[in-house]
Design a binder for this molecule. Sequence first.
Ligand code: SF4
Ligand code: SF4
Length: 409
Amino acid sequence: MNDYSKLLMVHFKSKSFTIAVGIATHSIFPLLRWLQQRKIDKGETIWLEDMPGPPQSQAFPHLSFQPADLTPNAGLLRRRARHMKVDYPATDYPFAYRKTPLSGNVINGLGEEAARQPDHVFFGDSYKRAWGKLDWYFQVMEPTSIHRQIAQIFWQDGGRVGIVARRNTAPPDPSDAALLIKEAARRFGASLAGITKMDASFCYRDSSPDFQYAISVAWPMDREEMLHTPSQRSNREIMDAYRQVNRVAIKLANFIRSLGHPAQASTNLAPGSSTEVLHVPIAIEAGLGQLGKHGSLITAEFGSNVRLATVLTDLPLAIDQPRDLGVDDLCRNCRICETNCPPHAIFSEKQTVRGQKRWYVNFDKCAPYFAETRGCGICIEVCPWSEPGKGMELTKTLLGRRHPVTGSE
Ligand code: SF4
Ligand code: SF4
């Protein structure tokens, strides 16, 4: 597909989805929400398959079927961190599947020794995804104000691709080009930016964008708002952060194209774009931070209180190296996210996932709570790294313990 047809297709998708969401926000969604709410008020179960909506048809012939277990884990002492501003909603859900879906952990490759590309489970550009019915319930139950924010995100996304300038005006030296790009990212509003080489493991199985480099950009969320998670207030802040970080990536991709090199923004939530790459592994390789026990990125500057987007390009760039902040040293002995997570979805020990030993969150336990609360972010806000100004100090202490200064000259 040439640049012009790609541009037309992305613009068409972005505008038509915006119009569709705009119409549904004031017609179908309030009606469906009212119908579901009536069932909840009467104490009836919402059977996800019975909800009017798009069909769910994705099959996984390459995976053996293991049913998901959505029941919250029990046994751990339930705690609520004192600095959190709202009580955590209960873990009894008004919905259920008639036919239990394939476990999200199987789709994610939990326990698989061989490396492979990831598959989508939840979220994405299509409710056909394996857990699309739960995703649909999540979308239907979102309030109108959030649907308006989503429509804005869809509209903005049309600019993620574009025409490449004919003249190459980028610095020939990759180090100079990297400096220029990072400086531009900060000018557009990114709080953190890093560069890595593209790798197949960063892309979903059904999407392998053909680019050489990935630039990770981060936007911090308002901590005061996020201390109200999970609530409509924090959800509004999350949507705003997605819109902002997407905007930064779109502007940066546009800037690179103006230098005469192909670039496209891989953003969040928007159809097509949000299903291309996994932002967290890219951010880790690009030196923005490390993976925490709660399964999210931890940065020294903002902890996990950030949202990410990625710019893909062929402009030759000097790459960054992953950073060791000492995250593992703390996560091994800290259980704050584990004990605060209402369904206790967070594994105490690292797990093998698609050939890699890493921290992992039990998808089958997290997803129902996440859907019911319309975007739970408890684990990232209770994490000590997310306390403003704490990360740098933690890194210094944790790394200092590994290499104690002897005091001798
Ligand atoms: S809360 Fe503790 S265990 Fe969880 S990610 Fe943060 S430091 Fe690690
Ligand atoms: S988002 Fe975090 S705290 Fe919330 S259910 Fe999932 S793992 Fe638990």
